[in-house]
Design a protein around this ligand. Structure first.
Ligand SMILES: [Zn+2]
Length: 474
């Protein structure tokens, strides 16, 4: 409501600020909903934004910080991460404050084999007993029997599906996640329907045996990984899915069909239908990007490695090994496929699909570094042709809308939680500005650059201690 906000500026009396408040003066406030930037004073009281006024209209408090020349925006949300690894509990825990240092104050944890631990962290963060981003978690994800992944909630019948969902609801998960390793299409679809019958948000992969619109009409809330959407470039996607489901077509033939039949215009028309059905998409480009250019990149000096234990990065090896035998032609095909997948991001945006920025960072996702990867993801969105404003929306207000908490989070607005990012540069001019963080306001607390560096140093020390302790174990 920019018009109303402007009106209030003129009508409201001078706001008096008291001692326990924080006044951010002369900030260039980025309105992530409109793309407008205005120089304003922002008053934070009890963790919320209490007033936004033209400079000088709020009386200075002892805790006033001048942000002249700097940019103030809502802090970032990573809408797809995993805290996983049964032997990596401390390794993941030490990363939670690192998220804050990277400007990320909420993460959507898209299933874990540490589900009880992640649920405990969620409560500890909410109570203020643990420093880290707010956590939304799927708990365990739904899969078929004998799934490849560790820790899944495996189901083989409707009865098991209902029992599984009762269990997830008892645990109080924030959404349901469904993947397709061994879960059969009919039961997959029924899982989505059951989640929606119970009023739950449900995020999924897409099995080859299901049409994307079968899922959309069953009520899927978001599709994870834009690579699945390339199937919509084939006009007969639903027929192919049916052929796979009935065993008339194998997975390799189906994939080959989709690769050879892709037409952007067909995909664009389908994206409009997706938008009409209210299906959000989390593209997760960075993982595919890192794998496609694995051979061309030396990661040995990556700065982020100071926060990752040897046990954590040891998990990177399985994908590296799996790809070691690839031919040059296969590598080239992987790059082309990445480029085509990335090109879907602006196409989805133009069609009106709600985009969610998620990194898919996880110990199992090679060189997708927690926290840092979200910034990479935003850069990749812009490289692919998305406007910086749309990229920022995908990492702020869109996540809040998706989780149904946009009245509380996602923009610099009076009444919302004071989770704010102070940047050195204008993120609408260059998306790389999100990496140059001057300060973070987290639940109303002001963490300046020195405080954020302190969090990073502490995480680095903890990481080193874990490595040393493990290397000296008998
Ligand atoms: Zn994932």
């Amino acid at each position: 409501m920019p018009a109303l906000a402007l009106l209030l500026c003129f009508l409201s009396p001078l706001v008096l600020a008291s001692g326990d408040e924080l006044l951010l003066r002369n900030a260039n406030v980025v309105n992530v909903e409109t793309g407008q930037i205005d120089t304003l004073d922002v008053l934070v009281r009890k963790g919320r934004i209490a007033a936004i006024e033209k400079p000088g209209r709020i009386e200075t408090t002892p805790k006033a910080i001048d942000l002249t020349g700097r940019y103030l925006m809502p802090s970032l949300w990573d809408m797809h991460v995993h805290f996983e690894g049964r032997d990596l509990v401390e390794d993941n825990a030490l990363l939670l404050p690192v998220y804050l240092a990277y400007g990320i104050t909420a993460v959507r944890e898209a299933a874990s084999n540490l589900a009880p631990t992640v649920l405990a962290w969620r409560e500890e963060v909410a109570r203020g007993d643990r420093l880290g981003p707010r956590i939304f978690t799927a708990g365990r994800k739904f899969e078929g029997i004998n799934s490849l992944w560790d820790g899944d909630r495996e189901i083989g019948s409707v009865a098991e599906l209902r029992a599984g969902m009762d269990e997830q609801q008892r645990l109080g998960v924030d959404f349901i996640k469904v993947t397709e390793n061994t879960l059969q299409p009919d039961l997959f679809l029924e899982t989505v329907r059951e989640a929606r019958r119970r009023g739950l948000t449900v995020s999924t992969h897409v099995p080859l045996g299901l049409g994307i619109f079968e899922l959309a009409e069953a009520g899927v809330s978001s599709i994870e990984h834009a690579s699945y959407l390339l199937r919509l470039g084939s006009a007969d996607e639903e027929k192919v899915a049916l052929a796979v489901r009935e065993g008339r077509m194998g997975p390799e033939a189906a994939n080959q069909h989709y690769r050879s039949k892709f037409e952007q215009e067909t995909a664009n028309a389908a994206y409009q239908r997706l938008a009409e059905l209210g299906v959000a998409v989390t593209p997760t480009l960075i993982g595919g990007r890192q794998l496609a250019w694995l051979q061309d990149t030396d990661h040995s000096d990556d700065e982020f490695l100071r926060f990752l234990t040897q046990a954590f990065t040891a998990n990177y090896q399985w994908r590296i090994d799996r790809m070691a035998g690839e031919t040059d032609a296969e590598r080239q095909a992987r790059k082309s496929r990445y480029t085509l997948t990335a090109a879907q991001v602006p196409a989805l945006q133009s069609a009106g699909v709600l985009l969610l920025a998620g990194s898919d960072s996880a110990a199992l996702n090679t060189y997708v570094y927690p926290a840092e990867a979200l910034h990479e993801e935003l850069s990749l969105f812009v490289d692919a042709g998305l406007e910086p404003l749309a990229a920022l929306q995908a990492a702020t207000i869109n996540g809040a809308i998706f989780m149904g908490v946009d009245e509380e989070y996602g923009s610099v607005s009076v009444g919302k939680r004071a989770d704010l990012l102070v940047l050195e540069g204008n993120p609408l001019e260059t998306i790389h500005a999100t990496r140059h963080i001057h300060a973070l306001v987290h639940g109303g607390r002001y963490l300046d650059r020195a405080a954020l560096d302190g969090l990073l140093n502490e995480a680095g020390v903890k990481r080193a201690r874990l490595d040393v302790a493990r290397s000296t174990q008998p």
